[in-house]
Design a protein around this ligand. Structure first.
Ligand code: ATP
Ligand code: MG
Length: 554
């Protein structure tokens, strides 16, 4: 796909790149998206993906997909495959540039040795508590750990022993020797290697020492020739370390650029919290349509185009903020309104009997698939003497503005005929249970040859032909804008008990066969999409969104 198809809006990152290209500091643009394969991607990752891949596209450069698998635990093949699928679904392509941080373990080890040789790293045997105690607080200098001035040869021997399994897990770490008095705690001799006996999915039991994130990440970027390494704001305070490591090693130095992470109202985004919801069966799976994961949003019926459009609108800034989920939803509605096919479905049915329509007669009526797009063509929908319509499309003594049946008023049955309600059958409580109508056979297609005006058009499904369908109505997963705002309470207390409702709807018969993932606008009702659970015998539809945003009460 091209840059224009991805709709990449300008942002401050592009200003930096423009300046770098102009000054000759860089001659090309190479970026990377570096997920840790310990969970599924969410809408926050989509922002990062759009920035990383989108920026590379904009400048005719390339973007690497790099699995950050330096942590031997918590990583899983399932996540790796899902991440690849989601990046592709979003419309991006890493081509041949798929990398694994663990492929660089050898180089990282050599680089650690190089730091020791330069007198810039040492083995430290402090316990975790002592480590913190020596590091101290930002406003006062820390204390110099014992062993800090140990000779190079001794550090070499100790690090070698770490590597060869001569120490217990956690007995010591390798630390960069920087500045125990720095106001930035990350510069107070950070740990760069730790001992951890764990089988790694790629390197097996070859290593019992693993590099720390800050040491590994800048080296990965450097090895791959990344020019601009984008990450979220919390890494801003790590940047001096990123630069120090590469400068001290005297290797190629990419530039790290931080942007504000995406936060969304009514949503939690951290993988750890999403995992909690899955593990505790508070949702059905990672791809539960209520989840903010990309696979969840996809199953819900959100399109990748709409998600990219949303990411383009929010852009990239340096200011932490909370974006409104309504903005994402409006991008989805705009896309679905323009691009989804129309169909008719009745959710809360009441029977209509057309008394003057011949018994046993069936017609196949031509109905347009999209009111504004003739090129989408027509489909045939069966019509017969008995129909289902929405209960809300009938009212006793309706006011003029009511768009539906009331006694004596003529209404258009979408793409079918004009019909007039002549009688209402009610139950003992006075509720309408069936409508009796007459239709005008000269109004086939829905317009009268004499040009008489009919204000209301309602949707319908032939009772004899209707397919019964399970419809899953989704609402927000949380009842409050920011489930994490109250630190004293568990975010799960704010789960919306009504986030999923199951109903049975009556659909026009052609919809039974739709393939999973197909999206429709059910006219006058909302946007829906066929669930992967769907079969021809038992169709299942997910509600993506209601037709319009519910009015905000403020
Ligand atoms: P989480 O906090 O949800 O577990 P993470 O940052 O640990 O996410 P990674 O797999 O390390 O997840 O993320 C890969 C990339 O996605 C990183 O560059 C990270 O900065 C970016 N990213 C993660 N969450 C967001 C977000 N909410 N908004 C923008 N970018 C994000
Ligand atoms: Mg992470």
């Amino acid at each position: 796909m091209s840059e224009s198809e991805h709709n990449i809006a300008a942002n401050f990152i592009h200003d930096i790149i423009d300046a770098d290209l102009k000054s000759g500091k860089r001659t090309d643009v190479v970026t990377r998206f570096p997920p840790e394969p310990n969970g599924y991607l969410h809408i926050g990752h989509a922002k990062a993906i759009c920035l990383d891949f989108g920026t590379a596209l904009k400048y005719g450069g390339r973007c690497h997909l790099r699995f950050d698998d330096t942590n031997p635990e918590a990583e899983d093949e399932e996540y790796v495959n899902a991440i690849k699928e989601d990046v592709k679904w979003l419309g991006f392509d890493w081509g041949e540039h798929l990398y694994w941080a663990s492929d660089y373990f050898e180089t990282m080890y050599e680089y650690a040795v190089r730091l020791i040789e330069k007198g810039k790293a040492y083995v430290c045997e402090l316990t975790q508590e002592e480590f913190k105690d020596y590091r101290g607080i930002p406003t006062e200098p820390g204390k110099k750990p014992p062993g800090r001035n140990r000779p190079v040869a001794e550090n070499m021997a100790l690090f070698e022993k770490m590597k060869n399994g001569g120490f217990e897990d956690g007995a010591c770490v390798l630390r960069a020797k920087i500045d125990m008095a720095s106001p930035n705690l990350h510069m107070r001799d950070p740990a760069i290697y730790r001992i951890k006996r764990a089988t790694h999915h790629n390197t097996g039991d070859k290593w019992c020492i693993y590099p720390m994130y800050d040491f590994a990440h800048c080296i990965e970027d450097s090895i791959e020739g990344i020019t601009h390494s984008m990450c979220t704001l919390e890494f801003e305070v790590h940047r001096p370390l990123y630069d120090w490591i590469l400068r001290t090693l005297e290797v190629y130095q990419p530039q790290q650029i931080e942007f504000a992470r995406l936060n969304l109202t009514y949503t939690v985004m951290s993988k750890r919290k999403l995992l909690e919801l899955v593990r505790e069966n508070l949702v059905n799976s990672w791809d539960d349509p209520r989840m903010p994961t990309l696979c969840g949003l996809r199953r819900r019926g959100f399109t990748s185009e709409a998600i990219r459009e949303f990411c383009s609108i929010i852009g990239a800034t340096k200011v932490e903020s909370l974006s409104e989920v309504e903005l994402l939803e409006s991008c989805v509605r705009d896309d679905l309104n323009a691009n989804s096919l129309r169909a008719m479905a009745v959710f809360d049915p009441i029977k209509v009997v057309i008394e003057n329509y011949p018994e046993g007669l069936e017609e196949q009526l031509e109905v347009p698939n999209h009111p504004q797009k003739e090129e989408e063509g027509m489909r045939t929908v069966p019509f017969s003497r008995e129909l289902w319509i929405e209960r809300t499309d009938y009212m006793d003594d309706a006011p003029n503005k009511f768009k539906g049946f009331t006694l004596g008023r003529e209404v258009r049955l979408r793409s079918a005929y004009l019909a007039t309600c002549t009688d209402v059958i009610k139950d003992g409580d006075g509720n309408a249970t069936e409508l009796r109508c007459t239709y005008d056979p000269d109004t086939k297609g829905g317009s009268a040859p004499d040009g008489r005006k009919v204000k209301s058009t309602i949707h319908w499904v032939s009772a004899k032909h209707a397919v019964e369908t399970e419809v899953r109505l989704y609402d927000r997963l949380f009842t409050v804008e920011n489930p994490l705002a109250d630190k004293g309470r568990d975010f799960k207390e704010f789960l919306n008990p009504e986030s999923l409702q199951l109903i049975t709807a009556k659909l026009e018969p052609g919809l039974a066969k739709a393939t999973p993932g197909t999206r429709y606008q059910f006219e006058r009702v909302g946007y829906f999409c066929v669930d992967p659970d769907s079969t021809e015998e038992k169709p299942v539809y997910n509600r993506t969104l209601t037709l319009r945003a519910p009015r905000k009460i403020s």
